[in-house]
Write a new protein. Structure first.
Length: 190
């Protein structure tokens, strides 16, 4: 009976140690295998995105860095236009295996500024014209005054008819939506 107990215990020990060893080996091998596959997938995504950038005449020649982690493509560098910026993101997003494109570090110049400057300039001229129509008995004489808009900032200089007109001009310009500052070198006659 002792022999059967000893054999039974040895057999159970062998079964449990084999099953634990097998369970212990499998996850490590699978985990290692998955890590290698994911690394290769990330590397192949990066390579594919870079090669597509080189093929695209709009993106070729720009130093756009591509890094992929877990299917998330990170773009960094600089483009010259919003169109190039959008094309880089869309090109990366179209590649197989890409889960997300992050372009926080991909820079593009602010193309909106020249358009915003034109709008601010038009608004300023419109406001002055409207004031002159409403106050036709005491209009603002802008013949010796120049106003320029650069990077959403209004620069005004010249000779105002009076201190009152100078203050009116500045108040009107400061009320324009979108402007980011009024810089005056206005002088007065009186």
């Amino acid at each position: 009976m002792k022999i059967y107990n000893i054999l039974f215990i040895m057999m159970l020990t062998a079964i449990f140690s084999t099953s634990f060893a097998a369970k212990d080996d499998v996850p490590r091998k699978e985990g290692h295998y998955h890590r290698v596959v994911k690394y290769l997938d990330d590397a192949s995504i990066t390579t594919k995105v870079k090669s597509e950038f080189i093929k695209d005449p709009l993106l070729n020649g720009f130093d756009i860095a591509v890094e992929t982690k877990h299917g998330k493509v990170h773009l960094s560098g600089k483009t010259n236009t919003v169109l190039q910026f959008d094309r880089a993101i869309n090109t990366a997003a179209k590649q197989d295996g890409v889960k997300l494109v992050i372009a926080d570090d991909l820079k593009v110049p602010d193309e909106v500024t020249p358009q915003a400057d034109m709008v601010i300039s038009a608004l300023a001229n419109g406001e002055i014209d409207m004031y002159n129509e409403i106050h036709s008995h005491d209009p603002i004489d802008m013949s010796n005054i120049e106003a320029e808009v650069h990077d959403k900032k209004i620069y005004v200089h010249g000779l105002a008819q009076s201190e009152k007109q100078k203050q009116l001009i500045l108040a009107i310009l400061e009320s324009i939506d979108g402007q980011q500052g009024v810089y005056s070198a206005l002088r007065t006659k009186r």
